[in-house]
Design a protein around this ligand. Structure first.
Ligand SMILES: [Zn+2]
Length: 282
């Protein structure tokens, strides 16, 4: 056991019991996903170890499915100014990630009531017009897009799904040990159901606090590399918190998965020097 394995948040696959690992592998195969090829990954910039059981190809496939399903249901904006703004900000942030393997796509969805934005695995980004009054200007939009793209480049959706798979595998392995059929257990059915809606899994699962902090940090770096003042991210979160307070019970979608609070804004302020050191205004 080396020091890295003991670090907080370190990849724990090697400490995962063999029975659990084989149950997770069996679940992946039963779901029509590939064999458990990928285990320990490293997040970009932060260097954090991650436990990921899906291959990048499987992850991108799920992301693309979800994206297509969502676009079928939504109205794409044809507003030339707003569309051009999103295309410009998107291209600059995408270039800052260095991910030329992503099939980047940016769509503005016409719905002023929905305060939301997301980036699916593989670089499919959707922004709802309802978030634009809060992002306010180009740098504010860059803050939202930088944060969302960071979730995708750091494979946070796949990480969440992997954690879910291990939990389910644990329940299934427990059921087998108890003498019942693991395959028909309620837990396995629940997982199958979840992955049946799995196309949207990356969206409906909230990210963990650790992932949120990581996406904030990466987002600031992407902004700075793209020539956007990273301080605009702090201002964006302050406006988002104000908007959320004003909206009361009808919390905006983006806020329900991205709670803004004093500690988040403080954390961003503490991360700003790192981003400001590489920021060159364009
Ligand atoms: Zn987030």
């Amino acid at each position: 056991m080396n020091a890295i394995d003991e670090a907080p948040g370190a990849c724990s696959l090697r400490r995962t019991p063999r029975r659990l690992r084989s149950a997770a592998a069996a679940l992946l195969l039963a779901l029509g996903l590939g064999p458990m090829l990928v285990s320990c990954e490293t997040a970009p910039i932060s260097g954090r170890s991650q436990l990921i059981l899906l291959s990048p190809g499987e992850e991108v496939k799920l992301g693309l499915q979800a994206y297509q399903e969502i676009l079928k249901k939504e109205k794409i904006s044809t507003d030339p100014e707003k569309t051009a703004l999103l295309a410009r900000v998107g291209a600059r942030i995408a270039a800052a990630t260095g991910r030329t393997d992503f099939q980047w796509e940016f769509r503005l969805i016409e719905n002023d009531k929905v305060v939301n934005a997301f980036c699916l695995p593989g670089g499919k980004v959707a922004v709802y017009t309802g978030i634009l009054p809060i992002t306010r200007d180009e740098a504010g939009l860059a803050a939202v897009i930088g944060h969302e793209i960071a979730h995708a480049t750091a494979r946070h959706g796949a990480e969440r799904m992997s954690q879910g798979l291990l939990v389910q595998a644990g329940l299934a392995a427990g059921a087998i040990a108890a003498g019942s059929s693991g395959r028909d257990s309620a837990s396995t059915q629940a997982l199958l159901g979840a992955l049946g809606a799995g196309a949207t899994l990356g969206i409906i699962l909230p990210f963990s606090r650790l992932q949120e902090t990581e996406a904030d940090r990466l987002g600031l770096i992407y902004m700075a590399r793209a020539g956007y003042d990273p301080r605009a991210a702090r201002d964006l979160w302050v406006r988002m918190a104000d908007a959320s307070a004003k909206m009361g019970r009808s919390t905006p979608e983006w806020m329900s998965t991205h709670p803004s609070n004093a500690s988040r804004i403080r954390d961003i302020e503490a991360m700003l020097p790192e981003a400001l050191a590489i920021y060159k205004p364009r």
